[in-house]
Design a protein around this ligand. Sequence first.
Ligand code: SF4
Length: 530
Amino acid sequence: MKLTKYLAELSEEKRITLLGNDTQDPLHSAFSTKRVVHAGLLGEPIAGSQYQKKYYESIQKKTDADGKHAIYIHIPFCQTKCLYCGFYQNASRQEVEDRYLENLLTEIKAEANSPQLKGTPIDCVFIGGGTPTSLSVDNVARLLQTIQQSFCLTADCEVTLEGRIHDLLPEKIETWLQFGVNRISFGVQSFDTTLRRRIGRIDSREEVLKRLQLVKRYDVTVIVDLIYGLPGQTMDLWLEDVRTLFEADVDGMDLYQLNIFPGGALAKAVQNGTVPPCADIAGQADMYIAARDYLLEAGVERLSLCHWRRSSRERSLYNTLAKAGASVYAFGCGAGGHFGDISWMNQRDLAAYNESVAKGDKPLMMAARQVGPQMRQIADEIIGNLEKGYVDFRHLLTTDSRLSELETVLALWQERGLVEKDLGVYRLTPAGEFWYVSLTQSLLECVQVVMTSSAAAPAEDINGHASDALDEVLAEMLPQSTQESRQALMGKIPTAVRMMLRRSSKESLQSMLAGMPPAMREKMFSRASG
Ligand code: SF4
């Protein structure tokens, strides 16, 4: 049994990272921390010198007409930086936004007529950020028109704009709707004025509620996100937020767990005492259960473990399709996508992005060959199932009988109170629901062990420690660095990129880092030169 042998040979520490703790209290301590921000399998990185060639070969191939297709557009600007945010890129400035928009439109138009995209039915468009609602009326109108003219949007295409309540002004809302937006997703995070100001949000509770009432007058699906575990947020404050959102009666609600990035602004502010501490992982677990029970009791429908809907016009198509293996064509500074056998991320640095588009290149920061089609199908099924709270083990076995080995792990989690078996389907218990991202990541890694010849070591936890191979390569390239400074560097790299780096062999890392544009490499390495 390949998996049993693999688990037996792992060090105690790595086995605990992968399978969790042996505990009588699974809700509070099944794992020591959330393993990753989003679960997923990453393929083999492509050498920097090959990015462009590989991307253009892929975009020149005809798409799979039967599949689902999504467009993702990234707007990397925010008016202010929220304290907890790991995704902030640039401050909003009109002239910078104008220049970016020109480049973004150039990038979109350069690919709209490619064999991969021409005539391809697009099921959903997601304009995320950053703060897309902060775009000026002229710029957002041009962007939305370009999307409509460049792509073949289906008749019921979901077009989402992400943003902040602060931008809800009639002139803006009318422009968004006039040019095709039919879903708006707001990061409210908390309704409590003191808490909002503490994390860098602008409007008071009263203003947020007033603006939500305003947008509800329009024919558009409205989604609101809340976060639990914020600094100084008590259980009472959290439940008050959930109640307020329920009473606001919007179409959809996302309840997210706060991620605290080591070395990030929030971690430092807590350390310095400038903000009160955040709930620990056990406190977050209690908040998850309290909100879950409240909404289930109130009869709210659950579309996934963290997404709830109150009206049937909320479909959450982008989130569902992107995680179920749809092709995602991505544009903009910091955007990432995947189709065919390639996945990639665009430059996150605005100057590097602008420069690359001006040269006529796809502004790639890194690219990888996706895992093969069978692995992808299995991974998509596991991710899609667990997002909804179960693993259909009977069905998995029909895909490949080797997957029967996974039962060792599922049985262990059953013993520990994370899943329950029901006629060949493993359902998450409430404790398992709280830990579903870690469970998904671990199960995917076990699938990789079972299905491939080279078993991957357990990947990182959210603390982002460097893998042995990555640390070795960085040490060779940065002789002045210390392990501590290399660790600090890891903390600055976006999680998705870091995960890709961590799972790569020493050879691919060497070739990828050597192939990075010199300016980017210098910028990255200057942070770790000790
Ligand atoms: S608005 Fe969103 S992307 Fe911008 S800093 Fe706040 S949380 Fe981050």
